[in-house]
Design a protein around this ligand. Structure first.
Ligand code: IPE
Ligand code: IPE
Ligand code: MG
Length: 263
């Protein structure tokens, strides 16, 4: 994607345009992962039931998915439901699953229009049959798309993913001496995908809540106080501009200008 393609979609003269012009399209994060948090607090601030926060959060999902695809992000991973979220009241879980089904049904045309491939990560076989059915339609219909990969993390747990990967490696008959980090990664739900470059968490919580534990080893973390239902294109652009100012060292040292120029 190019700046022109993004600007064609942004109101001229808006703060979003100023931000879009600050993005370096040569250095986009390949993979952006988001812990979408704060829906309940958003609703509580408005004296609404928690589920209204989840409902409002769907608009943020739409905006972020389309903005990411237009920007040229290769992979977007959204944390929608953790294995620990089953601890919530059944009525809230029911609403979340209903919203998920509706989202897939209503957004399929947008996913297709933007050449987005949809995929689920997590123990999706444990989800209800009606939810799985809807997910399978979304996966099948977008399978041939070649643009952005959109992973939705559902019934996802980072530790469970590592356990599942270990089980798969054993089932595949991998000899212990043949197992290294690279091979192990091939058994994760995200096999073949680059690790997230940028991990965003909304609502100000400074924790990872069992998300992509293996893959975020060297992700740049950006936490915003913005609650998920208020998160829009502008916040995503802000996070990317901030990410592009980071100095990623991976345990090494930053080469000094002198060293760079030295023979
Ligand atoms: C995130 O919002 C949505 C899910 C975890 C499914 P929350 O529902 O966690 O909202 P808060 O954290 O209670 O505000
Ligand atoms: C993380 O949010 C899970 C998702 C965004 C799906 P939570 O609201 O469940 O996390 P905690 O409980 O605050 O750690
Ligand atoms: Mg929360």
């Amino acid at each position: 994607m190019s700046l022109e393609q993004l600007l064609a979609w942004i109101p001229p003269g808006s703060p979003d345009e100023t931000l879009a012009r600050q993005v370096n399209f040569e250095q986009l994060p390949a993979h952006v992962a988001i812990i979408m948090d704060g829906n309940g607090r958003w609703a509580a601030q408005r004296h609404l039931p928690r589920v209204e926060g989840h409902r409002a959060g769907i608009d943020s999902v739409r905006d972020v998915v389309e903005t990411s695809a237009r920007l040229g992000i290769q992979i977007l991973t959204l944390y929608a439901f953790s294995m620990e979220n089953w601890k919530r009241p059944p009525s809230e879980i029911h609403t979340l699953m209903t919203l998920l089904k509706r989202y897939i049904r209503l957004e399929l045309s947008t996913l297709l229009k933007n050449n987005i491939r949809f995929q689920v990560i997590g123990r999706h076989e444990e989800l209800a049959p009606d939810v799985r059915h809807e997910l399978e339609i979304g996966i099948r219909q977008t399978a041939a798309n070649s643009g952005m990969l959109f992973n939705i993390a559902l019934n996802y747990g980072g530790r469970a993913e590592i356990v599942d990967a270990a089980r798969r490696a054993i089932a595949a008959g991998i000899a212990p001496e043949d197992l290294d980090e690279q091979r192990f990664g091939d058994f994760l739900y995200t096999a073949g995908q680059p690790d997230p470059d940028l991990l965003i968490r909304t609502s100000g919580e400074m924790r990872v809540s069992n998300f992509l534990l293996w893959q975020i080893a060297y992700s740049e973390i950006w936490v915003t106080e913005t609650l998920w239902p208020d998160f829009r294109r502008r916040h995503l652009l802000e996070s990317i501009v901030a990410y592009q100012k980071r100095d990623r060292r991976y345990g090494g040292i930053k080469p000094s200008p002198v060293a760079l120029g030295a023979k």
